[in-house]
Design a binder for this molecule. Sequence first.
Ligand SMILES: C[S@@+](CC[C@H](N)C(=O)[O-])C[C@H]1O[C@@H](n2cnc3c(N)ncnc32)[C@H](O)[C@@H]1O
Length: 247
Amino acid sequence: MPNSFEPIGFIETCFKERFGTPRQPGLVPSSWGILRLRPELNLSDALQGLEGFSHIWLIFVFHQNTNKGLKTKVHPPRMEGEKIGLFATRTPHRPNPIGLSVVKLERIEGNTLHLSGVDLVDGSPILDIKPYLPSADSLPHAQVGWTSSRPERTVEVLMTEEATADLRGLLPAGIDATRFKEAVREILELDPRPTFYKGTLEKPNPYTDVYGFRLDDFNVVYRMEGVRATVLHIQKWTDDPSAPPRP
Ligand SMILES: C[S@@+](CC[C@H](N)C(=O)[O-])C[C@H]1O[C@@H](n2cnc3c(N)ncnc32)[C@H](O)[C@@H]1O
């Protein structure tokens, strides 16, 4: 049995950093990703027939993990500070840092798969692709443990005139501004901040704070006031140390 695996390719996604990346696929349907299979592996024939599937599983490596050592209990964001065993969660911090995501297959061009609804950070190494089979993979009556009593919060998202004007400016860069705006809204509705910053469902952090996250090659600057996010600006990404903080 092999105990090491080689990536079949690397995915490019609109999520260039972990902050702002959704916690599960499908939560940001407007997100996008491109998976290019490594040409030297000559895998084009292996894709034959996959074009008939609307969704695929990606098995990948959490290559951006920075944790040192393994914690057997973790703080899932939805638990708002409480801990639970790592195998009862989808945390990236696992004995084998392997991720599993079902994503939408938009189209295949040669060796390249165009995807949406992704939750992978740009550059994630992909180990395998499998078709999503509702007959085997969809279990609508399955019990969902601790998650059933922990609803995700929803944030109201507003766009300032300035941000809307910034969006118009993205068009020359070849960006679909409507889709970009949709992705920003879907990301912020989920409040990507860790519990320490956002407070709990019953007691949201009442303070006003400005944050930023990177989407594609742009920096989205927004203000949080309780459970309202106001997008202030969308700027071309620069590695500027004075940019608003990522919590
Ligand atoms: C909770 S995990 C779930 C991933 C997958 N759907 C699963 O269940 O295995 C999703 C989070 O993992 C993080 N993530 C995504 N890709 C990553 C990567 N390549 N390295 C490290 N962290 C990553 C992002 O912060 C994202 O919000």
